[in-house]
Every structure is written in C-alpha cells, then in structure tokens.
Write a protein that binds this ligand. Sequence first.
Ligand SMILES: Cc1ncc(COP(=O)(O)O)c(CNc2cccc(C(=O)O)c2)c1O
Length: 290
Amino acid sequence: MLIYLNGSFVAEEDAKVSVFDHGFLYGDGIFEGIRAYHGRVFKLEEHLKRLYESAKSINLTIGIAKEDMAEVVLETLRKNDLKDAYIRLVVSRGKGDLGLDPNNCSKATIICIAAQIKLFEQTMYEQGLNVKTVAIRRNNPDSLNPRIKSLNYLNNVLAKIECTQAGVIEAIMLTQDGYVAEGTADNIFIYRNNVLLTPPLSAGILEGITRNTVIQLAQTLDIEVKEMLFTRHDMYTADECFLTGTAAELIPVRNVDGREIGLGKPGAIFKQLLKEFRTLTQVNGPEIFS
Ligand SMILES: Cc1ncc(COP(=O)(O)O)c(CNc2cccc(C(=O)O)c2)c1O
C-alpha cells in the first residue's frame, strides 16, 4: 500500500509522523472518511468542502488548495490501483513543541490513506442493528462543535465503549438537552407518521454527507422530510429507524434500548432509499482513471 504523506507517496511501513505532531499529541487536526465506488470518488467535492470548513473553524491552514487536495485523493487511489475503496484524509496542525500552542506548528501534516473499511457485518444490513442510547452526551457545540470533523473523537470512543460494554454494537448519543443527536460515526433517521425525521444541525451533530444525500433522495422520492429534534420516545415508537455514514452507508436499526422498532426488520422506506443510494454511488463523483 502506498500512502500520501506531505507531498510524497511512501510505503506503509515508512508512513510515519513525528511524536511532536500536534495531531498525535493533542488531537489538533481534522479528517474526512470518503468512499470510492466503481472508479469514482463519491461526493468528493462535498467532503473537501467540509474538510476546508473544519480547517477554517479551528483556524488551521491546510497549505494546499482544495483542487490540489482533490488530486491528492485521486492520485492516492491511482497509485494503489483502487476503484472501490475507503479513503481516510487527515490534516493535522503539524509538528510543534510539547506545548499546545498551535502557533509553534509551522506546517500542517497531510496524510491520505486508501484502503478497505468494514464497520458492520452484512447480516446487520439484512436484519438490522441493535443500538443503545448512552449516558455520554454529544459534545456541546459551545465547547467542541460536532460540526467540526476533528481528530478529537474521544466523545465518540467513550460512547462506543459504553455500548460495547453493554453488548450492543452502536451507541446513540443524546444532546445536552436529552434530544437524540447521532451515533458514534453515523447520523440517524426515523420514519414516523409518514414523515422522515432527522436531527437538525443546530442539535450539535456532524453534517453528514450521507445524511444530506439521503435527504435529497427522499425529496426526489416525494417522501416528506423534516430536520427536527426528537426524543427517545419518538425513536421507540417510530415505524422505521436507520443510520447513515460514509463507512456504514445506510444501515437499518431493528431495536433501540430493548424496544423493537416497527416490525423489527428493515422497512420499505429504508429499502427504497438504500436502492436509490446504491444507484447514485455508481455514477456520482470524479473518475479516478479518466
Ligand atoms: C459523529 C459522526 N456523525 C455522522 C457521520 C456520518 O458522516 P458522513 O455521512 O459524512 O460520513 C460521521 C462519519 N464518521 C465516519 C466516517 C467514515 C469513517 C468513520 C470511521 O469510523 O472510520 C467515521 C461521524 O463521525
């Protein structure tokens, strides 16, 4: 595997960063998880828009233009001869001293890895996930805004620890006010009273690329969609529930906190949206080998 590291492609065993890199020392950095399907990089423009917005939000200068970053992603896939892959694009504040002052980091570290990722077994896509709401709340937007896809994923990791210790594979985090926010690496949708609901960005969630794609697809299918806060009660009593994310794609939820959702199996709305999503992934995004 060849990895892009600060302007060069290096072998996996040579892909190393300094122990003084602030991405490692302080989680001071940002990242994107992107997918390539059938020789195209799905929603690359949208991912790069979010990456540069995250950078601006933490006052991090990436150091290369968005267009050049797009080429970094495409070239990483070409170098590894990949048409279907998961891409991890990481930008950290860079090497500094042991203090946390970002001003001591002169140049951002840029890394691009193209590989495979599998979050959930195929059976879970067919039967649905069991998920659990956890005590750990989603970060308060006034502290570390979840809109920033930062390297600070300890909030998510702690939620993951909590659900796996309870024997459940995915966690649902609530907002500080107790409304449903999102999963550890995915957004959430419920279908209830003939309306598709998903939490609003103001709830303090990551603006998922897959979330936004599903909202657009639902609209084209004349499925009423509302971005609005909802509670665990709404989730428990929904007809359908599913999660969305680059790694997860669309995955149905069959049980939340011991409550069976709907008929306890993937619903018609989920299946309709997944079918349209799969079609879109085959034709969207810049070609890798054009
Ligand atoms: C907290 C959170 N919420 C929603 C999403 C979905 O966003 P996208 O639809 O843009 O992917 C994420 C995405 N998080 C994400 C994406 C890709 C891989 C991994 C991983 O766990 O390796 C995590 C996430 O981390």
